[in-house]
Design a protein around this ligand. Sequence first.
Ligand code: ACO
Length: 340
Amino acid sequence: MALHTVVRGVGHFVPEQVVTNDDLARLMDTSDEWIRERTGIQERRFVQNVTPASELGVHAAKLAIEQAGVSPTAVDYVIAATLSPDYYFPGIGTLLQHKLGLQHVPALDVRAQCSGLVYGLAVADSLIRAGAAKTLLLVCAEVQSIVLDFSTSGRDTAVLFGDGAGALVLAAEEGQSLPGPGNGVRGVIDSLLGSDGSGAELLCVEAPGSGTPGFLSQEVVNSAKWRPRMDGRQVFKHAVTRMGDTAEAILQRNGVGAEDIALLIPHQANLRINEAVRERLGLRPEQVFNNIERYGNTTAATIPICMSEAVEQGRLKQGDLVLTLAFGAGFTWGANLLRW
Ligand code: ACO
């Protein structure tokens, strides 16, 4: 008998406040046309007042737990992924444990930025296969609006990001066979992860950090080092290459062809990135799920939000073969192949 990981429930939560491209164009020198053409984004959601990432995560987690039909006390492991934690430390894993009223279970924070879901799912699958967790809650939550620069000097990043959260309940199952591309057994089949830290400074928030003299000195406050900095063109090129290579590699090593994929759920950073990857893989448009037009880039949360909406819309059904794919700051990248 072999242990494997099945998605038991999924949920998502986005703040109510809709911010359109025109709203941003009133704050900085940009336009609806520029943002739509370059990114595919039409609007995004921003929190109002001070709403930390753990709060959005709690809402998404409750929905996932409800859909899974498990008691919160059954959760025996928490993995949280965010680049926008409530505090510098601790991470949000323990905050989720407390706010959700879970047992005193392990709470692990994953720092893989836009690859948070693919890394988190890969780690969760390893824990479950090793017998270390039976009901694992994976929460991806981001509040990014608070750190963006809404003047013209910050327009290259401010128009891209949004706030939101998605969560999965993952359950251990024991069966005669492990999930495989050809056998119809539900669950995580394979994950493929990678990183290249030489790209760290091409997309980062540099300070405060232990590499910054004075940590939070007046000089740091006056500089823009505490805001996201990105070389968009470089990140774009790396994203297209790494996402395409990773997808091809995981499909090839599992003997899966483009036609076998029911749904590709890529990270939502830029519609042009996802179109380039779709074309390279030879997938039809209906084989790819995108919702960047409504939420922008919610970093770790994009893929679980897509999963949750795809289920709601009937585009993701039990038994479907799904490929997730992400690239993000670090650089980090990865994919998961699973039968939903
Ligand atoms: N509105 C109007 N003009 C703008 C804006 C804006 N919001 N932002 C930049 N511009 C200008 C630039 O100043 C530049 O002007 P110039 O030619 O006079 O210098 C011009 O538009 C073109 O800028 P580019 O950066 O070349 O535009 P590009 O087509 O590359 O699109 C974008 C920029 C959308 C940021 C793109 O590079 C991109 O999506 N990159 C990848 C983002 C990504 O994948 N991030 C990874 C995940 S994020 C994470 O992990 C946290």
